[in-house]
Design a protein around this ligand. Structure first.
Ligand code: ADP
Ligand code: MG
Length: 256
């Protein structure tokens, strides 16, 4: 699928891959996810945007089952999220996640960071896992760092390793939670470029980011969250130039 130029044609998207239906989540008194209904189709790139504390990370963590939900349901490729056990491990393998902080295993080499999951969870043979890891590291442009420890890499390189590590599990969908927020400005583009590439290859992606350039280049749809609710959904061009809701207008006037 080509995403060059502005928004890609949403008509070419596949069937629902991630479905949230009436999802609610509280932290004590705080109603952090309020009746969330959201469908992400196969091949879709969805950007989630919204003020700090609006529930974006909780939404991602709920999709990956790092957080429980109070009611509603979440389906991945038609399967309800399991509570625990083998099914949960399988689900986590299907849903790759990249966090703001790179979260690499500090005491493992770059290569080991990428091979560990496939060997432990997928049962891939070490030699095959290494070969695939090198291909992935090549793809994200850090193959020459394979034997180093994470701390020897720049932030941008570490985040690209984190992407390779998630891809090594061959996920059906990739979640990115503010993947460039902790990076020095000069490193942001090297990570976004990898994400744009991934999007153009047809990966289904949910991306929490305020990077408008990325959204315009790669996203099919932008979802604006505020105070635990999805307030607005639109194509990126429409959202950034002519948002409907006052809350989105107010938010955009502060970040743009
Ligand atoms: P965002 O990613 O949009 O900044 P979050 O999903 O991280 O928002 O947080 C939404 C709200 O939930 C915030 O008010 C945050 O303080 C609160 N919150 C997040 N995680 C927890 C937690 N584990 N316990 C209690 N409150 C939490
Ligand atoms: Mg967050």
């Amino acid at each position: 699928m080509e995403h060059s130029g502005s928004t890609a044609a949403a008509g070419s998207l596949g069937d629902p891959l991630v479905e949230l239906k009436g999802v609610n989540k509280h932290f004590g008194e705080l109603h952090v996810l309020q009746d969330i209904d959201l469908t992400v189709r196969r091949g879709e790139v969805l950007v989630v945007i919204g003020p700090s504390g609006s529930g974006k990370s909780t939404l991602c963590r709920a999709i990956n089952r790092l957080e429980t939900i109070d009611d509603g349901e979440i389906l991945i490729d038609g399967q309800r999220l399991p509570e625990e056990g083998k099914g949960l491990a399988q689900l986590r393998a299907d849903v790759g996640m990249v966090f703001q902080s790179f979260n690499l295993f500090a005491h493992k080499t770059v290569l080991e960071n990428v091979t560990l999951g496939p060997v432990k969870v997928r049962g891939t043979k070490t030699a095959a896992a290494k070969e695939e890891a090198m291909t992935l590291l090549e793809r994200v442009g850090v193959a020459n760092q394979a034997r180093k420890m994470p701390a020897q890499l720049s932030g941008g390189q570490q985040q690209r390793v984190a992407i390779a590590r998630a891809l090594a599990m061959r996920p059906k969908v990739m979640l990115f939670d503010e993947p460039t927020s902790a990076l020095d400005p000069e490193m942001i583009n090297e990570v976004l470029d990898v994400m744009v590439q991934l999007a153009s290859e047809g990966m289904t992606m949910v991306v929490v980011t305020h990077e408008m350039g990325f959204a315009r280049k790669a996203a099919h749809r932008v979802v604006f969250m505020d105070a635990g609710q999805i307030v607005e959904e639109a194509e990126p061009e429409k959202f950034f130039t002519d948002p409907e809701s006052e809350r989105a207008q107010d938010f955009l006037s502060k970040i743009l």
